[in-house]
Write a protein that binds this ligand. Structure first.
Ligand code: PLP
Length: 367
C-alpha cells in the first residue's frame, strides 16, 4: 500500500515537471512575440470620426486565434488536463486549428484538427505543414461529436467553443482589449465610441465587453455578424436555443447556433452584414492598407461604416476600433476568386461602389 502511494507520487512529480517546462515554453514564446499594430485611417466622408484597426493578422500564426490558442493551452495545462505525449484535439473551421497546431509543435505534442470538409484548402495545408493531422468531416454539424470521440480515446480536447470565454484572462494579461486601450492612450480620443468585432467562439466579444465594464468606460461594443446568424437571433431575443436563418460563406464568424461562449449581456448592438458586402469591404481594406485580410475583417469594416454613418447623421464626433482578424491569403481560392464567387451567387461590385461612396460622402447606402 505504502509503495503504491510513493510510486504514484513520483508519477505526479514527473507530470508536474513536464507541465512546468511546457508553461515555460509558452512564456518564452510570448516574450519573443511583439504586440499587434493598431492602425489608424481617416476618411474624407467622416471628418470627425477616427477609424482604428487592430491588425491581428500579424501574429506568428496569422490570426487572432493565436491569442485564443495560447490561452487554451495555458488553461489545459494549469488545470492538469494536458500531459506529456498526449494527443491534442479540437473542432475548428481552420484559424484556431492553425494556431493550436503551432503551439502543439512548440510543446512537442501530436495534434488533430476536426474540420468541415469544405474548409479553405489553404487552411488545411497550413495545419498539415505544422505537423497537425486533419480529420475532415462531411457534415459540418458533426465536428463537435468527432472531437468528443477523440477525447474519449484519450486526447486532450482544447474545446475552443466550450472554453473560449473562460480561458482568456479578461481582466488583463495583455488580452486584446487591454492591448487596444493601451495603444489608444496617446490618441485625441483614448476612449473609443465603439469597438466592433465578430463572434465565432464569442471569446473576443466576451473579453472586450467585460474589460470595458471593468475599466468603467463608456465605450459600447457592437458585434458584426453575417446576416441571420445564430448570434444575431440569439442576442435579439436572449435565446440560447436560437439558430441561424441562413448560412454564411465568411469563415470564423456567423455560427449556425448559439455557442456557449456567447455572452449576450455585454454586447450593446449587433450589425448584420451580407457576405457580398463583407468581401467587397475586405478588398477595399486591401486598397487602403496594402494588405489583404479575410472576410470577417470586411464584415467588421462594414459594421464600422454603418455605425459611422449613424454617428455622422447625428452630428457626433468620436472614434471606432475594429479588428483585422486574419490574413486574406487563406481565401485566395474561395472568397477572392471571381469564379468561386459566381459559383456561389455572390455579386460584390455594387457593394464595392457603395463602400467607396461611403468613404467619400459619409453615408453607407446598401445597393
Ligand atoms: C474566430 C474568428 C473570429 C471571431 O472571434 P471569436 O473570438 O472566436 O468570437 C473572427 N474572424 C476570424 C477569421 C476568426 O477565425
Amino acid at each position: 500500500m505504502r509503495r503504491m502511494t510513493i510510486s504514484s507520487f513520483d508519477h505526479a512529480a514527473a507530470t508536474r515537471h513536464w507541465v512546468r517546462d511546457a508553461l515555460a515554453l509558452l512564456e518564452q514564446e510570448a516574450t519573443r512575440s511583439a504586440d499587434t499594430h493598431l492602425l489608424r485611417l481617416d476618411f474624407p466622408g467622416f471628418p470627425d470620426i477616427a477609424f482604428y484597426f487592430k491588425d491581428e493578422s500579424t501574429h506568428p500564426t496569422g490570426s487572432l486565434k493565436h491569442r485564443l490558442a495560447r490561452s487554451l493551452y495555458l488553461y489545459a495545462l494549469c488545470n492538469g488536463r494536458l500531459h506529456a505525449g498526449q494527443t491534442v484535439v479540437d473542432a475548428s473551421s481552420g484559424s484556431t486549428a492553425i494556431s493550436e497546431a503551432w503551439f502543439a509543435r512548440l510543446l512537442g505534442l501530436p495534434f488533430i484538427a476536426v474540420m468541415p470538409a469544405c474548409t479553405a484548402p489553404q487552411k488545411i495545408q497550413a495545419v498539415q505543414a505544422l505537423g497537425g493531422q486533419c480529420d475532415l468531416v462531411e457534415d459540418a454539424s458533426q465536428v463537435h461529436a468527432h472531437a468528443a470521440q477523440h477525447a474519449a480515446n484519450g486526447a486532450c480536447h482544447l474545446d475552443q467553443f466550450g472554453l473560449a470565454e473562460r480561458a482568456t484572462d479578461w481582466r488583463g494579461n495583455n488580452n486584446i482589449a487591454e492591448s487596444i486601450l493601451g495603444q489608444l492612450r496617446r490618441e485625441p480620443q483614448p476612449e473609443p465610441t465603439w469597438v466592433v468585432c465578430g463572434a465565432g467562439t464569442g471569446g473576443t466579444s466576451a473579453t472586450i465587453g467585460r474589460y470595458l465594464r471593468y475599466r468603467r468606460l463608456e465605450t459600447r461594443l457592437c458585434v458584426a455578424e453575417p446576416t441571420g446568424s445564430g448570434f444575431v437571433h440569439g442576442w435579439r431575443h436572449r435565446d440560447r436555443g436560437a439558430v441561424a436563418s441562413q448560412p454564411t460563406l465568411i469563415e470564423g464568424i456567423g455560427r449556425p447556433r448559439v455557442e456557449p461562449g456567447f455572452i449576450f449581456d455585454v454586447v450593446d448592438a449587433v450589425a448584420e452584414v451580407d457576405d457580398a458586402a463583407s468581401i467587397a469591404a475586405a478588398l477595399q481594406l486591401e486598397d487602403l492598407l496594402g494588405t489583404r485580410y479575410g472576410g470577417s475583417s470586411g464584415t467588421n469594416f462594414v459594421a464600422c461604416l454603418q455605425l459611422a454613418s449613424q454617428m455622422r447623421a447625428r452630428g457626433e464626433r468620436g472614434s471606432l476600433v475594429t479588428l483585422l482578424c486574419d490574413r486574406g491569403k487563406r481565401y485566395q481560392q474561395t472568397l477572392f476568386d471571381a469564379d468561386w464567387r459566381s459559383a456561389h451567387g455572390l455579386v460584390i461590385a455594387p457593394w464595392q461602389q457603395a463602400i467607396a461612396a461611403a468613404l467619400r460622402a459619409g453615408t453607407l447606402t446598401p445597393p
